[in-house]
Design a binder for this molecule. Structure first.
Ligand code: HEC
Length: 144
């Protein structure tokens, strides 16, 4: 049992390292992991919205709660103006850090407000729309 857990943990760590292969800076790696987690939760909701996976209200609400929790980590994880050749973060982040953290706050509150409201698959479109707008608001200014 314990051995299985360790093996799975190692596989999980290996996958994370692989997907960000070549990232040297640990601050950059950490903030990419936060974004990657947010991205995978959005993908889960998006697949249901497209009908690729079965609708599961509890899973969507849990994903939104997880996004809110990860969004709360954004200000601290981006605080250090670290760079890496693989990073897509623009230097403007640290010139306008107040605005950047405000956009992270918008993501957090949008996700937190939507969490628990999803009841039918008809809710998925509006959820994707509202959530996607918060991603875009930040990426369009602060990401390459
Ligand atoms: C407050 C700003 C901000 C918000 C809001 C935001 N992002 Fe990001 N995101 C970034 C920045 C900056 C990067 C680039 C980080 C880097 O490469 O160092 C990034 C990178 C990413 C990446 C690539 C991570 C990787 O593996 O390198 C994904 C995926 C992502 N964001 C998904 C999302 C999704 C989905 C949302 C909305 C639900 C979102 N982000 C909201 C700022 C934001």
């Amino acid at each position: 049992m314990k051995k299985t857990f360790v093996t799975l943990t190692l596989i999980a760590m290996g996958t994370a390292a692989l997907s960000h292969g070549g990232v040297q800076d640990k601050n950059v790696m950490a903030r990419m992991e936060v974004m990657k987690t947010i991205g995978s939760q959005m993908k889960l909701i998006g697949k249901m919205a497209k009908g690729e996976t079965a609708f599961d209200a509890a899973a969507v609400n849990a994903a939104l709660t997880e996004i809110a929790a990860q969004a709360a980590l954004v200000p601290d994880s981006f605080e250090t103006p670290a760079t890496d050749p693989k990073s897509e973060a623009l230097p403007l982040i640290w010139e306008q850090f107040d605005d950047f953290t405000k956009l992270a706050g918008d993501l957090e509150s949008t996700a937190a407000n939507l969490a628990g409201t999803v009841q039918t698959d008809a809710d998925l479109g509006p959820v994707m729309g509202q959530m996607g707008a918060t991603c875009k608001a930040c990426h369009s200014t602060y990401r390459e």
